[in-house]
Design a protein around this ligand. Sequence first.
Ligand code: GLU
Length: 389
Amino acid sequence: MEAMTPVSGIERLTGARLVVLKIGSALLTEKATGKLNRAWLQALVEDVAALRARGQEVVIVSSGAIALGRHTLKLPRGPLKLEESQAAASVGQISLAHAFQAELATHGLTCAQVLLTFGDTEERRRYLNARSTLATLLKLGAVPVINENDAVATAEIKYGDNDRLAARVASMISADCLVLFSDVDGLYTAPPSEPGAVHIAEISQITPDIEAMAGDAASELSRGGMKTKVAAARIAVESGCHMAIANGRALHPLRALEQGARCSWFLAHEEPHHARKRWIFGTLKTFGTLTIDAGAVRALSSGKSLLPAGIVRVEGEFERGDAVLVCNAQGLEVARGLSAYSSEDADLIKGHNSREIEAILGYRGRSEMIHRDDLVLKRAPVAEERASA
Ligand code: GLU
């Protein structure tokens, strides 16, 4: 594993290229009335605009749909039935998205709503879609505001808490900083109400001790207690993303964090880019082989994507999003990557120009068989280590 340059404290936020912010329901809604806390949202969005103004990309994962919707629908306090919370989410999500859209617009920022379910981030086929949609939104300058698609997701296909959803999003889009804003300022050695509980400012390894400290408690509005936050941290740091648990109660929570407000940082030990390559190269099982011609080998080594035109043979059975080996005409592995097409479709479009894909397959797929972001050259990590040394 390649070590990353150590960054201290707040630089993890100020120096990040892409920041994911997770906003808990308890922050966005007023407890007594169940209404949107507009002043808080305004202040948050001002902070977001400040990050954008200095060139950082921001993705927001916001809870609050159920909390807002149950108020509008006048549902009783206390636990809701699944279908009631789904109904509440359908109603509340509209207000939530509206509020973000209006506030972001005052800073000239475009809001994009993305509703995801577990499968969209966990199943490789759908993961590629969600990843490229988010990347495109960021490239076009929008601020994606994400929530779980609560209205249709049932227990089996649901995250149920936005802490883990936010971590999977951060991992999927190779973010380098994730901040979970809730009503706690971090992890303590014991429940903060107990005497002698000590705040932990930095966690460099998630040990069983750390997990034991997380306990189980969750506040009334948010589903994510400390346990799900530590689970989120595991996902984030594994993907090369630093993660903070911070108290977002006061206005301007991001600014407060930059000014040194107390929080707990879970530290990543490698860059997201390397973590992703390690995941593709080291973790994923490969399902097939694409044999490519000499021109494609040259294109790949100069950092380009693999196009269907350079493929001479397709072996194995794979689905879109599965990992495959890429071999040269001599059968030597030159790279690995995530295929944008199933083996069946890959076989049909191999050797063809990307412009012909639609005519052959009957749908307009991606121009690349393996996009360069999803491709790892066999010896690339060594070369890159030298280059960055
Ligand atoms: N997705 C839920 C909502 O928007 C919240 C889940 C959570 O708080 O973690 O209401």
